[in-house]
Design a protein around this ligand. Structure first.
Ligand code: KG4
Ligand code: ZN
Length: 351
């Protein structure tokens, strides 16, 4: 079966084709037309601009996906219906509906958050996954992106319970906003990660940089990252012009920002996994491409929860893309519909 996936919930236009063969998934094509450069000047995503770009990019991305995959036909269409920026979601939906009419293929409406989670299964055998579900679930999923920071209890594919979420900024948003304070580009996550220390390098230290770990000891599974951003701003302003533009300061601050975010994310995830008797932990979303987060999470699970599985998508599939939408459509074939009027954008769609 060949599945087409369409993603336009934020600032990336993603169109991809995947094929399921003997219970394994093959990525036939994965086209992502990023608008990051365009939004850089605003330090975030500008919705009406993003909508216009999706409209322009969708036919280009679709043609390229067919050509790259050397494919003329597909069996199923998956499209993101939420959560996300409503005007952007509608662009993807309208495009998918037109295609469905032309090709007479059904559409599976896809939840963007579930798609991030399921991407961690892309390189697994689909049948093995079903037969080993007793050993995998319940799973605790940490979804961290520019728009989301959520801890979710996954009982099986399709059954989820929200344990907690950010009360203000998302983890990725915190990377983006603090990067902006430091004069680094958008998206901020990769920029901060590049400058921060990795586990192998000797830490760069600058006196008195110590950021808070918001809500780390609170009993709930909620997060808050707005205070972290404010703490970075105060520290930055308290330094002389000379000091705050020095590479040493920027690098030390990047390390501390990254570590503060990682500390909170890992602590709460491990705690939830313990409380809910998780058999595995899934890390997903754009921030999951952060090397240090992946490494430290893996080590913590190994040392504190031996026997608990750890799933994370390949780095190049952590950020928004069409593959994750196609994969989720495959998992939810039972939801395929030709009743196209029913496909509607829902900016606040829940799991
Ligand atoms: O999942 P995604 O592509 O889009 C949303 O659904 O939001 O996530 C984008 C977010 C951005 O905030 C970006 O700064 C962050 O993921 N990000 C990273 C890294 N790569 C992307 N954050 C930390 N470290 C990274 N290496
Ligand atoms: Zn996303």
């Amino acid at each position: 079966m060949i599945v087409l996936g369409i993603e336009t919930s934020c600032d990336d236009t993603g169109v991809a084709l995947i094929e399921e063969k003997r219970s394994r998934f093959e990525i036939l094509s994965n086209v992502i037309l990023s608008q990051a450069k365009l939004h850089r000047q605003y330090g975030g995503v500008y919705p009406s601009l993003a909508k216009r770009e999706h409209q322009k990019n969708l036919p280009i991305a679709f043609k390229r996906a067919l050509r790259d995959g050397n494919v003329q036909k597909f069996d199923l269409i998956g499209v993101t219906v939420g959560p996300g920026l409503e005007p952007c979601l509608w662009q993807g939906i309208n495009f998918a509906v037109d295609l469905a009419k032309k090709t007479k293929k059904p559409i599976v409406p896809v939840n963007h958050i579930e798609a991030h989670i399921l991407t961690s299964f892309i390189d697994k055998n689909f049948q093995d996954l079903i037969s080993s579900s007793q050993r995998l679930f319940p799973a605790v999923c940490l979804v961290v992106s520019g728009g989301h920071t959520e801890l979710i209890l996954m009982k099986s594919v399709g059954r989820y319970k929200l344990l907690g979420r950010t009360r203000d900024d998302a983890a990725g948003e915190c990377f983006d906003k603090t990067a902006r304070i430091l004069g680094l580009g958008y998206p901020g996550g990769p920029a901060i990660a590049r400058l921060a220390n990795s586990g192998e390098s000797k830490p760069v230290r600058v006196k008195n940089i110590k950021l808070p770990r918001p809500m780390i000891y609170q009993k709930n599974y909620d997060f808050s990252f707005a205070g972290l951003k404010t703490a970075v701003l105060y520290d930055f302003r308290s330094r002389s012009e000379k000091e705050r533009t020095e590479k040493k300061y920027i690098r030390a601050m990047c390390s501390e920002i990254q570590q503060a975010i990682i500390d909170v994310l890992i602590k709460k995830t491990i705690k939830a996994a313990g409380e809910f008797g998780a058999r595995s932990i899934i890390l997903a979303g754009g921030v999951a491409s952060n090397q240090e987060l992946r490494r430290q999470m893996r080590e913590k699970i190994k040392s504190q929860m031996p026997g608990v599985g750890f799933f994370v998508p390949p780095k190049d599939l952590c950020n928004d893309n069409g593959v994750m939408i196609a994969l989720t459509a495959f998992f939810h074939q039972e939801m395929a519909t030709k009743d196209l009027q029913r496909i509607k954008a829902d900016a606040k769609l829940k799991l």
